[in-house]
Ligand binder design. Structure first.
Ligand code: NIG
Ligand code: FE
Length: 420
């Protein structure tokens, strides 16, 4: 348990090699090494290659003496740890009844209009203590690790008042500290319009800019600022104003863009230089092309389309237009109550027509890029953090083929096994 490890004889070492987002066609090359080996020292990858090459460079007996963990991955595929780059991990309460209402015909927006939806979770999150949120957050992270996730992003946005937004972000900081998984924090104060601002959305944006963002920046509570840019939520102009101010204050930006209506969120993401635009079920051709040109990562969340029974984002068109596509769960209590990576993977392949190779790139290197970390995680390259998964099966294809079933056997974070 010291961050030192040798993995050898992996039937496939799926390196996903690269230090930046993979756009378009380049998503298809996973840079697989047959019978591969990896050496991790002090949590960082130092050697990657065919087992015979690596064992001619490092002395296995010597490593053993230095108490390296030695893993024989014969007949098993090894991949970079998965990155879940869009979740709403920290929230109080549940909304199981809304799922049933939707099955009986209500839409997500119908439920929101009749007082359900995000504001319901806001009330429960305002009530929850920090200790409760930490306890349940740790449980959720354990469950995510079981699916091979080694880094996640998590958003606030179930506070909608300064104290609760900060409480959520402090809980995330604590989870990051207490749990081996890395938790990247995003401030999503503009996730819904709180009751007292119903007719004054511009004032709510001003409140966030003047009263909330400066404290979050000062206390380094979030790396990204995000906004739910949607008809009946926040407009393009309101989203632009918030994101530009956030950038001025040093935040990187993301957008919940074109999830339900084609509002121009993808275009806005390209215009403000967002790191990612997420959802994109209704993104326009032009928006997609502009994202490709500017290198904005298109983070697609097929679990949400599945759960809301909506048409899926146009992954095939996006990749053909040279976008970098990432996949994430969107785990949240309303529109997508799942953190199952195998479910997301198989939906992306069967419903969005992504190839197995594109799916793997989207869950690893491109998801890392969606968090502006493609230089540190998301691939098995010397110099990167030693985050890996080993499957129970000999090839990455099993992740899709074993539909919805977890194929991850061992999870390694910074060169240490965190799930076996
Ligand atoms: O990403 N679109 C807005 N936010 C979430 C849903 C949150 C909720 O329903 O609680 C999403 O889908
Ligand atoms: Fe979301």
């Amino acid at each position: 348990m010291n961050g030192n490890m040798l993995i050898k004889n992996a039937s496939q070492l799926v390196t996903c090699s690269g230090f930046a987002a993979k756009q378009g066609k380049t998503m298809s090359n996973l840079h697989v090494i047959e019978d591969g080996a990896v050496v991790i020292e002090n949590g960082f990858i130092t050697h990657v290659g065919p087992t015979s090459d690596i064992l001619s460079k490092v002395d296995e007996k010597q490593l053993q003496k230095q108490s390296f963990d030695i893993i024989d991955a014969t007949n098993k595929a090894a991949l970079p740890g998965f990155v879940d780059s869009h979740t709403h991990l920290v929230f109080g309460g549940y909304r199981a009844e809304e799922f049933s209402w939707r099955l009986k015909g209500d839409t997500y927006m119908d439920i929101m209009k009749k007082g359900g939806g995000i504001v319901k979770t806001v009330a429960a999150t305002q009530k929850a203590s920090k200790a409760e949120l930490i306890k349940i957050g740790l449980r959720r992270l354990d469950a995510m690790v079981a699916f091979g996730v080694t880094t996640i992003e998590s958003k606030s946005g179930y506070g909608l008042d300064k104290d609760t937004e900060i409480k959520q972000l402090e809980v995330m900081a604590e989870l990051n500290k207490q749990h081996p998984v890395d938790v990247v924090s995003t401030f999503l104060g503009a996730h819904a319009v709180p009751g007292d601002y119903k007719e004054k959305k511009d004032d709510y944006i001003t409140f966030i800019i003047d009263q909330v963002l400066p404290t979050i920046a000062k206390n380094r509570l979030a790396e990204f600022c995000d906004v739910f840019c949607e008809k009946d939520v926040f407009s393009i102009n309101q989203s632009r104003r918030l994101l530009l101010k956030a950038k001025d204050m040093g935040f990187k930006t993301k957008i919940h863009a074109d999830e339900i209506t084609p509002l121009g969120g993808a275009e806005l993401a390209a215009e403000v230089g967002a790191v990612s635009a997420d959802h994109l079920l209704s993104a326009s051709d032009q928006g997609i092309q502009e994202m490709a040109k500017k290198g904005v990562v298109a983070t697609l969340l097929p679990g949400t389309a599945f759960s809301l029974n909506e048409p899926y984002a146009r992954a095939r068109y996006m990749i053909d237009q040279n976008c970098a596509v990432a996949l994430a769960t969107d785990f949240n209590p309303g529109s997508c109550f799942t953190y199952s990576i195998p479910l997301i993977a198989v939906l992306a392949a069967l419903r969005m027509k992504m190839t197995p190779e594109e799916v793997i790139s989207a869950l690893t290197i491109n998801a890392a890029a969606a968090l502006d970390r493609a230089d540190q995680i998301g691939s098995i390259d010397a110099g990167k953090i030693g985050d890996l998964v080993i499957l129970e099966y000999p090839s990455y294809e099993f992740i899709l083929y074993h539909m919805g079933v977890n194929t991850v056997e061992t999870v390694i974070k910074k060169g240490t096994i965190i799930k076996k």
